[in-house]
Design a protein around this ligand. Structure first.
Ligand SMILES: C[S@@+](CC[C@H](N)C(=O)[O-])C[C@H]1O[C@@H](n2cnc3c(N)ncnc32)[C@H](O)[C@@H]1O
Length: 316
């Protein structure tokens, strides 16, 4: 039997636990917004890669891995992500208020699995926001070493090197992250739901760029005047992560603040079941919302707590 608790027991805390252990304990229909950036299930895919090794590394260390050079695909990876995220999404569906939004960052490669899981849990998919950036390391790998290892004479290798000098593994520089925008079905009309639960609409007074209507494309670094005009949210402040923050995938605070302001009112409860270094929690606190953070790695919990304790950052 489900052992539900009172919501105020969980507020404004970062819990060190597996999300799947904590979520079933949260009360139903209680959370205003879920904003999260889950592990992407993109494990190290080099020549040593096997599904067994990937599973061991993921569950033991709970670290987030990136695609290194040289991709070896296993379709089971996407299916595992789907099954796991379906379980997570079913719990999130239960704890969200009717009409509540669920923003979920994703990777371009496994976005399709993520949104199917979210939809199959009962959510309505309303949009796909894009976070665009220009700075990222290209991960394509040259064929040099593979040619060197071939059992052919030196002249053949020389010809192959010359012929294939610009041909690399199929990875261009990755410059965006999709953000799934889902909504728990609302009760009655949008208005009736909003009056009863305080969620389900977007606040169009929130502006981006040069005082522009909210858009589904977001950039956090100045790129070019026309793009900045429509899509720029405030740039990350210097030192906003904190020098102590070693989390490899900390999100920009302004991005989280934009999504929270767009979809909630002051006093709302924002849940991040994969809190990492606590960016969602910090953004919620800056905007006078409550937060509930869950993070499995104790080192990241400590970082999140240190960020939350440090001096109040400038408001959005
Ligand atoms: C992509 S990171 C989140 C980064 C975060 N948005 C930030 O700005 O720092 C995903 C986090 O989920 C955590 N995680 C992985 N599996 C988890 C689980 N089952 N329950 C809770 N947290 C988990 C990882 O340790 C990692 O810190």
């Amino acid at each position: 039997m489900r052992n539900e608790s009172r919501l105020d027991e969980w507020l404004d805390r970062i819990l060190c636990a597996d999300a799947l252990e904590v979520l079933p304990q949260l009360p139903s229909d209680s959370v205003d917004l879920v904003l999260t950036d889950p592990p992407y299930f993109l494990d190290k895919l080099d020549n040593e890669w096997t599904p067994e090794r990937a599973a061991r590394r993921f569950y033991k260390s709970q670290a987030v891995f990136h695609l290194p050079p040289g991709m070896k695909f296993d379709p089971a990876q996407g299916r595992r992500m789907y099954e796991w995220y379906l379980e997570i999404s079913c719990e999130l569906y239960r704890v969200l208020k009717p009409g509540g939004f669920f923003f979920s960052f994703a990777s371009p490669r496994l976005y399709h699995r993520m949104v199917c899981a979210i939809e199959d849990a009962g959510f309505h998919l309303r949009d796909c926001f894009l976070w665009l950036y220009t700075q990222n390391q290209p991960k394509a790998m040259s064929l040099h070493h593979f040619i060197e290892r071939m059992d052919v004479d030196a002249e053949t290798k020389r010809i192959l090197h010359a012929r294939l000098s610009s041909w690399e593994t199929p990875q261009v520089k990755s410059c965006y992250e999709p953000i799934a925008v889902a909504q728990k079905p609302y009760e009655g009309t949008f208005l009736e739901n909003f009056l009863k639960h305080g969620v389900g609409l977007f606040n169009t007074a929130v502006r981006i760029g040069l005082n522009m209507f909210p858009a589904n494309v977001l950039i956090v670094e100045g790129v070019e005047a026309a793009l900045d005009k429509y899509f720029l949210v405030p740039k990350p402040t210097t030192g906003e992560r904190g020098a102590f923050n070693l989390h490899p995938t900390a999100k920009p605070l302004a991005l989280c603040e934009y999504l929270i302001q767009l979809s909630t009112m002051e006093g709302a409860v924002v849940l991040d079941p994969f809190a990492g270094s606590g960016t969602t929690a910090l953004a919620a606190r800056n905007l006078k919302r409550h937060f509930i953070g869950i993070e499995i790695n104790p080192e990241y919990v400590a970082i999140a707590q240190q960020r939350l304790q440090s001096a109040t950052l400038p408001l959005f």
